[in-house]
Structures are given as C-alpha cells and as structure tokens.
Design a protein around this ligand. Structure first.
Ligand code: UT7
Length: 319
C-alpha cells in the first residue's frame, strides 16, 4: 500500500505586486531583484486575509474538484510558519470551516521545508493509522512577517497556499516512494542566519536573513539530500521526470545544478510568479505544472527544500 497524491489545488491572494511596484517606495529596482533571484512578482494577502483563510480557500477548491465529501476526510495537516494565532491551529479553523467533522487536525512548522515534512508525517499516519483521506495544506502569509523597509528581505517573499489530497493505492506503482528529513538547530550559528524575531506578546516581529550564508547552505544541503535519496532508492536522475524544489531563488537552483551536474531542464522554476512562499512554494509549483500539462500522471517527482532551522529534506513521489 502506498500513499498517493490524488488531487492538487492552489490558491493565491488577488493582489499582485511587481518588482516595479516595490521600487516606487523602496531603494531597489526590478533589475536587482530579477537578476539576483528570478522573482518578477508576488501575491500579497490583504490585512484581514490570514494563513487559515488561504487554507480554507485552497481546501474548498480541492474538495470541489474531487468527489470527496468533507466528512470522509480523516486528517488535516497544515504546514505554516505564519499561523493566524499561537493557538488554536490553522488546521482546526480549516476543519471547522469546510465541515470536515470527522478529521483530526494540527499544524506543523518546518519553515520552507514544511511541505516535505508534512508529506512525510501524512504518509506515516496513512500507513500506521490505516487512514483513507488526508488533506495536506501549506498556507503562508510571510509578507505580514517582513520588515517592509528592509530591502534585503521584503522583496523576496510572497503569500499563497497549496493543498494535496492523499489517498491509498495498492501496487500500481504510484505514491510516496521515499522521504528523507534533516535538521540542524545549532542556535547560534543557524538561527542567526535565518530566523523570525516575533514574540509571544503580540509583537508580530520580522524575518531576518544572512542571504549569502543561506544561499550556500541551500545548495549544499538540498543537493546532498537529493544525492542521498536517489542513491538509497537505487535511482539516478534518469529515473526522475521533474525536480520540484522550494522556490526561494532561481539562482540557487541554477548554481546547484551547475555544481552538482544535475539536469537543469528537469527543474521546475516558478520563482518569477510567486516569489518565496515558504512551504507553499512546492505545491504551488506542482499545480502550475499540472495545469500547463507539463507534469502528467505517472511522472516521477523529486521534491526538495531548505528552510529556517535549518531544516531540509527531499521526497520522491510517483504521481
Ligand atoms: O526560503 C528560505 C531560504 N532562503 C533562501 O534560500 C535565500 C538565499 N539567499 C538569497 O537568495 C540571496 O542571498 C539574496 C537574494 C537574499 C541576496 O542576493 P546576494 O547576491 O546574496 O546579495 P547580497 O545580500 O550579498 O547583497 C549585495 C548588495 C548589497 O549592497 P553592497 O553592500 O554590495 O553595496 C546589498 O545592500 O545588494 C544590496 N541589496 C539590494 N540592492 C537593491 C540587497 N537587497 C537589495 C535590493 N535592491 N532589494
């Protein structure tokens, strides 16, 4: 028995903000942002549009494109670093809003690697708890947690949500083949290069990042987890149709492919459209590629991501 991705949905806030728009109020330019990151635009959530609102919208889209009755959902797992409140979880709010009254629900926080962590958790629950339908949602509103006067960080992020429905399938080759997860939380070193300084007393705080250091770790750690998962499964890039990485920066992906001799033509890049949407970036990219017909049922996908923690990992899934 394998856990299969049987449906994919995405939801983006309406408001599109281009690099040119940002350059009107900040000392930056489209040329700088685009040449350093590949980003052209990002979606920005409204003041009252919270992570769980994006999560509810994407869950409703996913349900409407399947024949699933919300009452058949066994579990809702939400990956978010930008939950509306410390508690209750976004997952519980989504469960109530969509009428998934038989589902248990909880959030996980693994920063930009949250989709891969969530996939691993959901896959394990499917196997060990004998579940049938799990909704995995990644919903992020990082633009609410950046300092909009800090040009080194605020231009990098966008908001959005992606969701997948996980079900069970027997012996047809589809499903989650393997996942590898890693963390390195040596606080002084890693929390000083990428962290959020919000506190519990209502101060929303903002994101800080030592870009060059994160750039270096992103290449090194994502590449080593790709190499490890391929080798542990007796696979090479010839067995992979698409690499769908976390969309933090197009240059990271190009540099990784060049340094490690990975086939860049197999790498999905949607950074230009959504910017860095943290854990939502992989399901958003997956949905875009399915919609444009590039990714098809039967394709073998390799997901990889790195985020604050540091946390990182990779997963191989046959659609
Ligand atoms: O999702 C979690 C994982 N995150 C990542 O993987 C992000 C990894 N890091 C990066 O993507 C890149 O390091 C950045 C895009 C964040 C920055 O690119 P960089 O080439 O590493 O630039 P830098 O930070 O070294 O800054 C170079 C220059 C600096 O000016 P000086 O000191 O050389 O005069 C910055 O002040 O660019 C300046 N700069 C900007 N200029 C115009 C920084 N931000 C901007 C800006 N517009 N928005």
């Amino acid at each position: 028995m394998r856990t299969v991705i049987s449906s994919v949905a995405s939801h983006l806030p309406q408001k599109i903000v281009t690099n040119h728009d940002i350059a009107q109020t900040l000392d930056t330019s489209h040329e700088w942002i685009f040449s350093r990151t590949g980003i052209e635009q990002r979606r920005i959530s409204g003041d009252d549009e919270l992570a769980s609102d994006l999560g509810i919208a994407v869950a409703q889209k996913l349900i409407s494109q399947t024949s699933l009755n919300p009452k058949e959902i066994d579990a809702i797992v939400v990956s978010t670093t930008t939950a509306d409140r410390r508690f209750p979880s976004c997952a519980c709010r989504i469960q109530g809003a969509i009428g998934a009254s038989n589902a248990f629900a909880f959030d996980i926080n693994a920063a930009c690697a949250g989709f891969i962590y969530g996939l691993s958790v959901a896959d394990s629950m499917m196997q060990s708890m004998n579940l049938k339908n799990i909704l995995l949602i990644a919903a992020e509103t990082l633009t609410k947690f950046v300092d909009w006067t800090d040009r080194a960080t605020c231009v990098l992020f966008g908001d959005g949500a992606g969701a997948i429905l996980l079900q069970r399938a027997d012996g047809d080759g589809r499903g989650v083949i393997s996942t590898k997860l890693y963390a390195n939380g040596e606080a002084e070193k890693y929390n000083s290069i990428l962290s959020h300084n919000g506190s519990q007393n209502g101060n929303r705080g903002y994101t800080t990042m030592a870009g060059r250091a994160v750039f270096k770790y992103a290449i090194e750690y994502m590449a080593s987890s790709i190499i490890a998962i391929l080798s542990e499964n007796g696979m090479t890039f010839d067995d992979i149709d698409w690499l769908i990485p976390h969309q933090a920066n197009k240059r990271i992906l190009e540099a990784m492919c060049k340094m490690k001799d990975f086939p860049i033509e197999k790498v999905v890049i949607t950074t230009q459209l959504h910017a860095n949407t943290s854990s939502a970036s992989i399901p958003l990219a997956l949905k875009d590629m399915i919609d444009c017909g590039k990714i098809k049922p039967g394709d073998t996908l390799l997901f990889t991501a790195l985020g604050a923690g540091l946390v990182w990992g990779s997963s191989i899934v046959r659609l």
